[in-house]
Design a protein around this ligand. Structure first.
Ligand code: AMP
Ligand code: ZN
Length: 666
């Protein structure tokens, strides 16, 4: 083995180990910084030595592969569903049934039922080769590229004591904390928050861009091994083995000897599940002995040897006192149910989201109704329905508001959208305040000395009406404000002045253009280099930028088509904000590739894919992710996909290799 190969192997083993310690055992053994340095080192070595490519290297976890259509794969072993039980009697009936079918004592394993999306992973010679969604149970989608980005799933198993080939099944879940963080980021860029962790987890598996999946803090809990010649005797043993091979298997699983003990397990977790960082919706009871499992077999739909016991969702009923409507920064209207306070799952519930007009109509919910409230995976409790037996005949049906509760403008609702919007972008107070609050926030202009409440105060006192007004505030103007001491006035003015140094991409993010989050702002800034160039770009132009879709392009165009917005931006310019890339950021940049629309495909030898993309953008070229008749040329590396190759040939698009490309920009 060459010394380079040795080094690559060592790094892979080391990174794999740290990864396992951190993501599976929750026990960090390296700092993030050192991990990144080593990962980068490995990435560079691999880029220079494609002959040592390994589809399961830790570097593959960052994602980047884009799948347009997921391939359908037939499961080697069918993925069954589970029969449900809801009471002690159901479980006892089940035991009676199976006792007639097998000999000997029956022991059970009790596991938690994780609420997410099921997945089947195939390992061959210790390497992950395939990850397939459940689909209809017979066949599912090949989502391997996305699954590889989930850090707690081993790409290479630990030890050497595993079967040559087997399938292992588990549940992909999104823990509450990660879900909450994702939603905060969505709200920040004006997207509607996701409803619950389960749907978000299953939606994540089908994202086309695996780099996007890599950003989501997904987890995978394993619960079942299938295959032939596995040499495993019990379910509990299979969980232990899976753990030893490097999989994440929660340790709640317990072996019990009777249905009474099963019920004790259920009772315990019914209470303690609220302390878990992820969602569970019940317990799965399985016959522990695999020989007995085999004898019991399957019905048309589910194994006879397993039974789900669903937790009763915690529900209470209470009175709906009123419905109010909130206006968000983007003008989106959210109806909120104000409830008679009631205890539920350890907290006092006073409010619940009603989501939108359709939801209200579906529930036919009326002020004064007695309603059922449930706390599920959603962060805010949800209203399940109305107790019609208690409905007072005099209650009026709910009419959804037609005008903004804040500015009285008539609401609009785009076709296909669930939400109503207040279109009064420039005159609706919560929108004005929300936009300025976003502008000053930490990830945007990061204005110290100015907080969200002060912004509201400044707007309500008529001192500012958009973010450019901040730069005209003086100490004299703000000192008279309530609770504003001299010192804080100084801090405010100074904080605003300092923000003039914030780099262009963050200013662009701060403008609060719908769908333009931090990443998109960076992309646009890098590509266009100045606000004027972005303002002048046509929609068609914008969608041609790598990773910019139609929705974003439309929103950007709309923003810059407004005279008012252009006026505000002009003022920002006059006040000296950074509205173009700085000289430092422009170093190494040329216009050599101007007008070229370039597709990058394959694996490269002398530069990494990302470096190549950067070179293209730095030299004025446009990156495009798909080949079309507009493509100027393709920079093709090794292992270019066959479908891309075919398309390129069909359209007669020129292909050059990386060295020819580097010559171009020399
Ligand atoms: P259901 O979707 O209600 O029919 O329940 C069956 C699903 O429960 C399976 O497809 C699995 O994805 C999921 N599940 C979650 N946790 C477990 C577990 N510990 N054992 C077996 N299945 C589980
Ligand atoms: Zn309004």
């Amino acid at each position: 083995m060459s010394s380079i190969q040795n080094k690559i192997n060592e790094l892979r083993i080391e990174l794999r180990e740290h990864n396992h310690n951190y993501y599976v055992l929750d026990n960090a053994t390296i700092s993030d910084y050192d991990f990144d340095i080593k990962l980068k080192e490995l990435q560079e070595l691999e880029a220079k030595h494609p002959e040592f490519f390994d589809a399961n290297s830790p570097t593959e976890r960052v994602g980047g592969a884009v799948t347009k259509n997921f391939e359908t794969i037939v499961h080697g072993h069918r993925m069954y569903s589970l029969d449900n039980s809801y009471s002690k009697e159901d479980l006892q009936d089940w035991e009676t049934r199976i006792k007639k079918l097998v000999d000997g004592d029956i022991h059970y394993t009790c596991e938690l039922k994780y609420d997410g999306a099921s997945i089947s992973l195939t390992y061959e010679n210790g390497k992950l080769t395939k990850a397939v969604t459940r689909g209809d149970g017979f066949q599912g989608d090949n989502v391997t590229a996305n699954i590889k980005t989930i850090k707690s799933i081993p790409l290479q198993l630990k030890g050497d004591n595993y079967p040559v080939k087997f399938d292992i099944r588990g549940e992909i879940v999104l823990p509450f904390e990660g879900f909450k963080k994702m939603n905060e980021e969505r709200i920040e860029i004006g997207e509607e928050p996701y409803r619950n962790p389960r749907n978000t987890a299953s939606g994540s598996l089908k994202l086309q861009d695996s780099a996007e999946v890599a950003k989501r803090p997904l987890e995978c809990f394993l619960y079942n091994i299938t295959g032939t010649n596995l040499n495993i005797q019990t379910q509990l043993e299979s969980l232990e083995k899976a753990r030893a091979w490097g999989f994440k298997v929660p340790d709640a699983a317990k072996l019990v000897n009777s249905i009474d003990e099963v019920l004790e397990f259920v009772d315990y977790w019914n209470e303690h599940r609220h302390d878990l960082p992820y969602e569970t919706d019940g317990v799965v009871v399985k016959v522990n002995n695999l020989q007995q499992q085999e004898e019991l077999g399957y019905t048309a739909k589910a194994p006879r040897w397993a039974m789900a016991y669903k937790f009763k969702a915690e529900q209470v009923s209470t009175k709906l006192n009123s419905i109010t409507y909130q206006v968000g920064r983007t003008g989106a209207i959210t109806p909120v149910a104000n409830l008679e306070p009631v205890e539920l799952a350890g907290t006092t519930v006073k409010r619940a989201s009603l989501h939108n007009a359709d939801q209200i109509e579906k529930l036919d919910i009326r002020v004064g109704d007695e309603v059922y409230v449930e706390k599920g995976g959603e962060i805010i409790p949800k209203i399940l329905g109305v107790d019609l037996s208690k409905r007072d005949n005099s209650l009026e049906p709910t009419l959804y508001i037609t005008h903004c509760p804040e500015c009285n403008t008539e609401l609009t609702r785009q076709e296909g959208e669930a939400q109503h919007y207040c279109p009064n972008y420039n005159g609706c107070n919560p929108q004005i305040i929300g936009r300025i609050q976003h502008f000053i926030s930490r990830k945007a202009m990061d204005i110290e000395g100015l907080g969200g409440e002060t912004v509201a105060l400044l707007v309500n006192e008529g001192l500012i009406s958009n973010y450019s007004d901040l730069y005209e505030l003086t100490k004299e103007k703000v000192v008279p404000l309530e609770r504003m001491a001299e010192k804080s006035a100084d801090n405010l003015i100074q904080g605003v002045a300092l923000s003039k140094n914030i780099p262009f991409e963050r200013v662009l993010f701060a403008l609060g253009i719908r769908y333009v989050g931090e990443t998109v702002a960076k992309k646009l800034a890098k590509h266009y280099k100045s606000i004027d160039a972005i303002a002048n770009a046509t929609q068609e132009d914008l969608v041609n930028v790598d990773e910019i879709g139609v929705k974003i392009a439309e929103s950007v165009s709309l923003f810059f088509s407004s005279e008012i917005n252009l006026g505000i931006i002009n003022r920002l310019k006059q006040f000296g904000l950074q509205l173009e890339l700085s000289a430092e950021q422009l170093i190494g940049q040329t216009n050599i590739l101007e007008g070229d629309i370039i597709v990058v495909s394959g694996v490269f030898e002398s530069v990494s894919r990302n470096e190549l993309k950067k070179l293209i953008e730095d030299n004025g070229g446009k990156l495009s992710s798909s080949i079309s008749s507009k493509t100027s040329y393709i920079v093709a590396g090794n292992n270019m996909g066959p479908s891309k190759m075919e398309k390129a040939n069909k359209l007669g698009v020129i292909m050059i290799n990386e060295y020819e490309f580097l010559q171009k920009i020399q």
